[in-house]
Design a protein around this ligand. Structure first.
Ligand SMILES: Nc1ncnc2c1ncn2[C@@H]1O[C@H](COP(=O)(O)OP(=O)(O)OP(=O)(O)O)[C@@H](O)[C@H]1O
Ligand SMILES: [Mg+2]
Length: 355
């Protein structure tokens, strides 16, 4: 395992006004990882990053960056990290080239070195043709890229990026991802970033800490986080309704807890949606259930986020199946269903049942 670059132990921050922004978070980031803070507004992402970037003092716990203590070795840390903040602070009158050259000189480079560094970064960030334009005329995406370039002037080993892609269009976003991956893969730079975008966290981050109300609710790789909240689902939209007899048989075959129905569709929880789809359809066919449409639903980071933070997304496409959702049967129907369940046994055995 590669070396630990960011080590955080029970870190907390209460602002002077009494706001408890970070309440004891612990995690480790290893060299060459892209580590993401994913969380809603006010979760404590910026506060945590500011502490790790030595811009704020923690009020509890400890943190080490590259083995250096954030509380006592701020200066040494600042020389070896780069920081691109949420609110972009740019000198509007300067050109991109001037800005980069100035920063390079601030880090002790002579004019020639500074110019060379500026040229290199302008080219990395696709800004070479805009080098002589005033930053004030830059689009949001160009400013973001320049901001990132500035944070890389002194070739940092660790990069802190607070919401690097907020306000970028899809093309600029994927360009940014490409650059960040390149920094990780080719320069071995360790990146700690925050984001509101779940697709970004999923696509870009090696590991994610889901933050909510000052604590880390979950921490793992995107894949493991998605796995942790449960199974895939086969969603079957019905042409007509489903009889009590058919429903009872379905419950028996898939186990009652694994099937639910709502809004004209049935959800079947399965281990692996792709391999369960065809056998599940065969069973439905066997039972004479008329199917209009099928799809496989795999847990997304949105589901993970919802589960761990309780935050709701109005546009959340997939909602967790509601266990309370049941068909209501009269006593007569129940009896019929019971009988039906014992007689209606599909010829195909279903082996994809979730335990
Ligand atoms: N300087 C400050 N003084 C007092 N409270 C603050 C200060 N900065 C942030 N807070 C509070 O601390 C909490 C965490 O804020 P923080 O900015 O760290 O959240 P965040 O996760 O970055 O949110 P966002 O996604 O909106 O950027 C919030 O309740 C915020 O109001
Ligand atoms: Mg923030």
């Amino acid at each position: 395992m590669s070396e630990a670059v960011i080590e955080v132990e029970n870190l907390s921050k209460t602002y002077p006004d009494g706001t408890s922004a970070v309440k004891g978070i612990s995690f480790t980031v290893r060299k060459g990882e892209i580590f993401g803070f994913l969380g809603p507004n006010g979760a404590g992402k910026t506060t945590s990053m500011r502490i790790l970037g030595t811009l704020h003092h923690a009020t509890g716990g400890s943190a080490r960056i590259l083995g250096l203590d954030v509380n006592t070795q701020g200066k040494e840390i600042r020389e070896r990290i780069g920081f691109a903040m949420q609110e972009v602070g740019m000198d509007d009158l300067a050109t991109a080239q001037e800005m980069l050259t100035l920063h390079a000189k601030l880090y002790g480079m002579n004019s020639k070195e500074a110019k060379a560094k500026a040229a290199e970064l302008l080219s990395t960030f696709d800004l070479a043709s805009d080098a002589k334009r005033r930053v004030v005329r830059f689009s949001g995406g160009m400013q973001r890229r320049l901001d990132l370039a500035v944070s890389l002037v002194h070739t940092p080993e660790v990069l802190f990026l607070d919401e690097p892609s907020t306000g970028l269009d899809p093309k600029s976003r994927s360009d940014l991802w490409r650059v960040l991956r390149k920094l990780r893969d080719e320069e071995g730079i360790t990146i700690l970033m925050s984001t509101h975008y779940m697709d970004e966290a999923d696509a870009l981050c090696d590991r994610i800490a889901i933050m909510n109300k000052g604590v880390i609710a979950a921490i793992d790789t995107p894949t493991n986080l998605k796995r942790s909240i449960g199974a895939d689902r086969v969603r079957v939209t019905l042409s007509d309704g489903i009889s009590a007899k058919q429903w009872a048989a379905l419950q028996k075959t898939f186990r009652a807890g694994n099937v639910s129905q709502a809004d004209g569709h049935i959800d079947i929880r399965v281990k692996d949606g792709a391999s369960a789809l065809v056998p599940a359809l065969r069973i439905l066919d066997d039972l004479g259930v008329q199917v209009r449409e099928t799809k496989v639903l795999t847990p997304t980071l949105e589901d993970v986020f919802l589960q761990y933070t309780g935050a709701s997304f109005a546009d959340a496409e997939v909602k967790p199946a509601d266990p309370k959702e049941k068909v209501r049967l009269s006593r007569k129907e129940k009896k019929a269903a019971k009988e039906a369940a014992s007689s209606a046994k599909p010829s195909v055995e279903f082996s994809e049942v979730v335990a």
